[in-house]
Design a protein around this ligand. Structure first.
Ligand code: F6P
Length: 363
């Protein structure tokens, strides 16, 4: 008699709206259509290294479509190939990949479904080669993953950022101030570009287009001449001045990608006040963009990606990620995904579109 498959689900990297919707889609389809058994690996790759997991029954994945975060827990630092262990004040790194492969074998899983961004999927690609068959689903609010036009979580983050910009307009207008809204996005400007356009930002600063403070001040003054005594600046956390560098908020030593960005909004605030003599304030939206319920678009995307992942397991398409190209779901080799991040091309049509309605990019 043919034995039903057993699959495990792991979520890695930063949380983002829609992860639970993917877990639900994978588990429900796998259970209902194929009678598969589902294991949830806890706290990202920590769970794989340390054998922390639990069985997921139908009722565990029912009612979580709209829930933010991940019911499995996640980690931005756990990496089986470079596993950080504290030894007094020192950090030591160990290769725990063989133990992870052994743990997966002992669990008897036919496939590991990995839901994550570039770091998490890069590890999945290596584990797939080392003996854990993996099928992946692209997740990140940053939308910076190669091999897919869009990641789930992005639309939800843009919606929250846009609401923040809308609300900032009130103070900017009432007080004749420059208001700066700093949004996440890592080294890519997708969130700033989309929310900046949606929220009617007068100046949008992206990591991909280094800015000059004179251009920013020039735009603010031009608006004043036109009778608009306030300006809204939307800045990506990874934006940097021409010839300068990003603002680093902290270094996370345990992480393979240790730099955490943040604080450019406050730096700009001081620079603008000094150069233009206009009262300026900054707000950092930060992790607010990762919280809460996914938008309708992200729920649909998460459900499509999750169900497609199960088809890929059935077809033994291991070592692949489900991606979106145009309106189609496609299978993308993990080796393509791991080639680095996808930033905004400077000739992107949305940049031209924003420029044509007077938006300044600080260049
Ligand atoms: O990748 C998602 C993201 O939220 C980035 O936009 C941001 O740079 C980073 O994670 C923040 O990381 P942490 O949660 O470790 O502060």
């Amino acid at each position: 008699m043919k034995k039903n498959k057993r699959i495990a689900i792991l979520t890695g990297g930063g949380d983002c709206p829609g992860i639970n919707a993917v877990i639900r889609a994978v588990a429900k389809k796998a259970i209902l259509e194929y009678g598969m058994e589902i294991i949830g690996i806890e706290d990202g790759y920590h769970g794989l290294v340390n054998n922390k997991h639990r069985k997921l029954h139908y009722n565990d994945v029912s009612g979580i479509l709209t829930l933010g975060g991940t019911i499995l827990g996640t980690s931005k630092i756990a990496n089986p190939y470079r596993y950080a262990v504290e030894n007094g004040k020192n950090l030591e790194f160990y290769d725990m990949s063989k133990q992870s492969v052994r743990n997966a074998k002992r669990l008897g899983i036919d496939c590991l479904v990995v839901i994550g961004g570039d770091g998490t999927l890069g590890i999945a690609s290596r584990l797939n080669k080392d003996g854990i068959p993996a099928v992946c689903v692209p997740k990140t609010i940053d939308n910076d993953l190669r091999g897919t036009d869009v990641t789930f979580g992005f639309d939800s983050a843009v919606a929250v950022a846009t609401e923040g910009i809308d609300r900032i307009h009130t103070t900017a207008q009432s007080h004749n101030r420059v208001m700066i809204v700093e949004v996440m996005g890592h080294r890519a400007g997708w969130i700033a570009l989309h929310s900046g356009i949606a929220g009617g930002g007068d100046i949008i600063l992206l990591p991909e287009i280094p800015y000059k403070i004179e251009s920013i001040v020039g735009k603010i003054r031009e608006r004043i001449r036109r009778g608009k005594k306030f300006s809204i600046i939307v800045v990506a956390e990874g934006a940097k001045p021409k010839g300068g560098d990003v603002v680093i908020q902290r270094i996370v030593r345990e992480s393979a990608d240790p730099v955490r960005l943040g604080g450019i909004g406050f730096v700009l605030c001081g620079q603008i006040e000094k150069a233009a003599g206009i009262e300026t304030r900054a707000v950092v939206m930060g992790h607010l963009l990762r919280g809460g319920s996914p938008t309708a678009f992200d729920r649909v995307l998460a459900t499509s990606l999750g169900t497609k992942a199960v088809e890929m397991i059935e077809n033994k398409r291991f070592g692949y990620m489900v991606g979106v190209r145009g309106n189609k779901l496609v299978e993308v080799p993990l080796s393509d995904v791991a080639k680095g991040s996808r930033t905004v091309p400077v000739n992107h049509p949305l940049i031209a579109c924003a420029r044509s309605v007077g938006t300044c990019f600080g260049d």
